[in-house]
Design a protein around this ligand. Structure first.
Ligand code: NAG
Ligand code: NAG
Ligand code: NAG
Ligand code: NAG
Ligand code: NAG
Ligand code: NAG
Ligand code: NAG
Ligand code: NAG
Ligand code: NAG
Length: 512
């Protein structure tokens, strides 16, 4: 006879379904199990409560538990089974209590367990069938694979058994118990999920050592904290290899785009510039984008240093000055940082003749400058400065005197030859000296053209007036070495061109 009775839940939450099989024979033989069906949590201890009866007049010789008895075959004693020997404990007696405890149950323990007793009378033995059915369950965390930041999510601790209301759940994130969390039955509610909520979640039942396998909760969110780092840090000099790295915090990983100003220049977390030039100077930023949003980094400015280039000298005026004046030369260059040191050189002279961005040239010559900054230097092309009437000095004076004497001597010879040939006009033309105008001619003739007055008879030939002069040279002859104190030389069409007075004689010729 088999009887099923529902009873109130036992103290242990792991017992879910309670049935008592009162197995009694009419002759007073029987075994009863309470409960007859046990669902136990993995690794827990299970108590199988059991009582048995037998008619008076018998002595119990042997009691033991067996599993899955098969008809016609002597069932083996479980306590002899190495799988159970360590875990099985007989708690009852040999009179009526046949309770046992099985500890550290696993899925392999899912069987029907029966109690058997043997009397002193030959072949009088009993097995209580059906026995206790053991089911072993584990816990599983049910959670969405991913949740977007700010959303609500609930995690469920699931078991294949129906757990009682008395069961208290414990939740873990990354193996740390969550104390401050409110849970409802077997659910953990996370409101307005944050990034920090991501992790491995597991659950357990209070009072049990078993912890469920962890479930990963993936919290996705738009990029945050986007920033650019520059390598190498510090001063960047033209020609360097520069790497810009964009870091951003996002889930799923973001796609990175690079901008110079507002212009797209590349994509990927790393933006390499292998040989940087000043053209790369500017403001850079990266943009991090995923399915939840996008975010720009702050702007970083690439300032590329380079040595001076395009060094040039600018000159005030024409570069031709008269003696005693000076001409200012200015050195300009393109460099970063701006060149602060300048050196001035005269061509073919090894040592510098000046420093500073501007330089006053007092002498004739070809000058160039050299601009320096901490990254290098470059020199300009040379410019020519010509000083007219410049050079004082004993040697130069001597040379001038010698040349002056030479010219005078030449003039004398020419005069002499013209006189002899009778063709003074053409000789004057060959000298390419312009004819003086009539008013000034007397002064002139006093010196150079003493004999010419006869030839020209006071009238300048038409051809002489229109004659184009070809050379200009200026010579200085000291006053005391020359008769020509006030020499005026006229262009045929114009007024006085040049007057050299006092202590110098000037002889002009002009190239046209
Ligand atoms: C059987 O023995 C166990 C352990 O000693 C005890 O807890 C249980 O109450 C007993 N059962 C009965 C029905 O006496
Ligand atoms: C999350 O739950 C709270 C409280 O139940 C509710 O006020 C809120 O609107 C929920 N948020 C979302 C995104 O569902
Ligand atoms: C099983 O329980 C014992 C204590 O009863 C504990 O030391 C052990 O870690 C548990 N094993 C597992 C896999 O939970
Ligand atoms: C941004 O990231 C850096 C480094 O990873 C961190 O130190 C900083 O706290 C983060 N800032 C914010 C606002 O998350
Ligand atoms: C989270 O989910 C995203 C989107 O599926 C995936 O790309 C990312 O690798 C996941 N992160 C983790 C830590 O599993
Ligand atoms: C960027 O440059 C670095 C260093 O030169 C190199 O290791 C890296 O592979 C480069 N990355 C790309 C994307 O070119
Ligand atoms: C500077 O020199 C470079 C070549 O060295 C030339 O390409 C550039 O046009 C120059 N710039 C100026 C402003 O002269
Ligand atoms: C400087 O020397 C070079 C050759 O070394 C020569 O060609 C040039 O004419 C010289 N310049 C001056 C101003 O002497
Ligand atoms: C500039 O000149 C000064 C003095 O000659 C020197 O100390 C300094 O190092 C120079 N600076 C550069 C950038 O060349």
């Amino acid at each position: 006879m088999v009887m099923s009775v529902r009873m109130a839940p036992p103290p242990l939450p792991l017992i879910f379904l309670l049935m008592i099989h009162n197995v009694f024979s009419e002759n007073g033989w029987g075994v009863s199990y309470s409960p007859s069906h046990i669902c136990a949590l993995k690794n827990s201890s299970v108590i199988m409560s059991c009582t048995f009866t037998y008619p008076t007049g018998y002595q119990i010789m042997k009691v033991f538990w067996t599993k899955n008895p098969v008809k016609g075959k002597e069932p083996p004693d479980l306590s002899k089974d190495p799988e159970y020997r360590q875990r099985l404990q007989y708690l009852g007696d040999k009179q009526q209590n046949c309770t046992i405890r099985l500890s550290h149950v696993t899925q392999k323990d899912q069987h029907m367990y029966c109690f058997r007793f043997i009397t002193d009378k030959p072949d009088v033995k009993w097995i209580g069938k059906p026995g206790v059915t053991l089911t072993v369950t584990d816990l599983q965390v049910e959670a969405p694979e991913r949740v977007t930041e700010g959303h609500n999510v609930s995690l469920t601790c699931k078991s294949s058994c129906t757990l009682t209301d008395r069961a208290t759940f414990i939740w873990y994130r990354n193996s740390q118990p969550l104390t401050e969390r409110r849970d409802r039955n077997n659910q953990l509610l996370l409101q307005s999920v944050r990034r920090e909520d991501a992790g491995r979640y597991s659950c357990a039942l209070h009072g049990h050592s078993y912890i469920s396998p962890a479930a990963h909760l993936n919290v996705t969110y738009a990029p945050k904290n986007v920033s650019v780092s520059i390598s190498p840090s510090g001063v960047i000099v033209e020609g360097d290899s520069v790497t810009l790295s964009c870091s951003s915090d996002s889930n799923p990983p973001a796609k990175i785009n690079w901008f110079k100003g507002r212009t797209f220049v590349g994509s990927g977390r790393i933006y390499n510039i292998s040989k940087i030039s000043s053209d790369h100077r500017g403001e850079y930023k990266c943009k991090s984008t995923n399915e939840h949003g996008e975010k720009y980094s702050d702007v970083v400015t690439l300032n590329i240093m380079y040595p001076p280039r395009n060094v040039s000298v600018s000159i005030t005026g024409s570069g031709v000055i008269v003696e005693g004046d000076s001409v200012t030369l200015i050195c300009s260059s393109d460099s970063n940082p701006p060149a602060l040191n300048f050196s001035w050189f005269k061509e073919n002279q090894s040592s510098a003749v000046g420093s500073g961005q501007s330089f006053s040239a007092l002498q004739s010559g070809r000058f160039y400058c050299e601009a320096h900054n901490q990254h290098g230097s470059q020199r300009s092309d040379a410019v020519t400065v010509t000083v007219k009437g410049g050079h004082n000095g004993v040697l130069y004076t001597a040379v001038v005197i010698a040349v002056g004497c030479g010219v005078l001597f030449l003039i004398c010879i020419i005069m002499f030859m013209r006189k002899r040939k009778g063709s003074a006009v053409s000789d004057v033309r060959q000298m390419q000296l312009q004819q003086p105008s009539s008013s000034d001619r007397n002064h002139f003739e006093d010196g150079l053209y003493a004999n010419r007055t006869d030839q020209t008879s006071g009238k300048t030939p038409e051809s002489t007036d229109t004659m184009k002069l070809k050379y200009t040279t200026i010579q200085h002859i000291r006053n005391n070495e020359s008769n020509y104190e006030n020499l005026r030389i006229h262009h045929p069409d114009s007024a006085v061109r040049s007057v050299v007075m006092m202590d110098k004689l000037v002889i002009y010729s002009t190239v046209k």
